[in-house]
Design a binder for this molecule. Structure first.
Ligand SMILES: Nc1ncnc2c1ncn2[C@@H]1O[C@H](COP(=O)(O)OP(=O)(O)OP(=O)(O)O)[C@@H](O)[C@H]1O
Ligand SMILES: [Mg+2]
Length: 275
């Protein structure tokens, strides 16, 4: 698979084997995929099938056993120092549990500022201005900035998580079960926030979710993982409506849509629900 300048992420023949003295887990077993710029690639698959590990290897948060990834055309494995920091700044990550993603003793302002301090050379005043603008962009009030994570609702906390993920103006954002820990009533708000940011900031998403409604709503392409391998991929409509692989059919049958989630809430409704 040749990377092109229009690919936010290319993963080539990625393998990750976790070894302990007795066992060997092939968490990712030869996966290739491509996230075209401005699109969302949805990864589904049963628990333990290797979805999070692919994302971690692709961003090189853990080193793969073999294979490589290209983020906006550059392989993080070949970069060091400032160049690697710059490439890291082109990626962001949103995690499942927003409360756990933040240091419980750190004010929201400082958690959101962290990637700016790590990956950019902005001065203190500029960091502060940027954080204020980010919090506003994700629908948080200035008064939320000085709170601790437990002083926010789950939805507000995940908005702060999104603010942190986009702080350095990334091209690619990995969303690992971004709404699974949220109340059904706020899931759609966070999804619509993500869709709006994707549009306004020309983001590309690698989305990991076990919620098929979420995947269908968000994704252009879908890949189905089983035991570390991609067993099926294609347009979201085709894979989710007319799966060709028996495993996909069984997976779809075992994942009933969550009741009451209607992601088709308009942006206006999303904004009107802001704190
Ligand atoms: N640090 C690690 N050390 C050893 N094994 C690991 C490690 N991280 C993951 N694994 C194993 O790798 C496999 C894939 O795990 P991974 O977390 O990628 O699955 P997943 O598809 O994200 O699952 P879930 O839907 O439950 O989040 C699992 O068998 C897991 O136990
Ligand atoms: Mg996972």
């Amino acid at each position: 698979m040749d990377a092109t300048a229009t690919d936010a992420l290319v993963i080539e023949d990625m393998v990750k084997i976790y070894r302990s003295h007795r066992t060997e887990v092939r968490a990712v077993d030869g996966v290739s995929l491509r996230v075209a710029a401005g699109t969302t690639f949805g990864l589904v698959g049963e628990s333990g099938s290797g979805k999070s590990t692919i994302a971690r290897c692709a961003l090189r948060l853990v080193p793969p056993t073999s294979g490589r990834s290209m983020i906006t055309g550059e392989d993080p494995a070949t970069l060091r120092g400032g160049a690697l920091r710059q490439l890291r700044a082109r990626t962001g990550m949103v995690f499942q549990n927003p409360m756990a993603a933040f240091d419980p003793r750190m004010r929201i302002r400082d958690s959101v500022a962290e990637p700016l301090r790590t990956h950019t050379r902005l001065g203190a005043a500029e960091v502060r201005r940027t954080v204020d603008a980010l919090l506003d962009e994700v629908g948080l009030a200035a008064s939320h900035a000085d709170r601790l994570p437990h002083q926010l609702s789950g939805g507000q906390c995940q908005r702060a998580g999104v603010a942190r993920a986009i702080a350095t103006s990334p091209a690619l954002v990995v969303l690992d079960e971004p709404t699974s820990a949220l109340d059904v009533s706020v899931q759609a708000q966070v999804l619509n926030l993500l869709q709006r940011l994707k549009r306004e900031r020309s983001l590309s998403f690698l989305l990991i979710s076990h919620d098929l409604d979420v995947v269908r709503y968000m994704s252009d392409e879908v890949g189905v993982m089983r035991r570390g391998a991609l067993v099926e991929r294609g347009s979201a409509d085709t894979v989710l409506s007319e799966p060709s692989h028996d495993y996909t059919r069984r997976l779809l049958a075992s994942m009933p849509p969550a009741p009451g989630v209607d992601p088709a809430v308009s942006d206006r409704a999303e904004r009107s629900l802001l704190p």
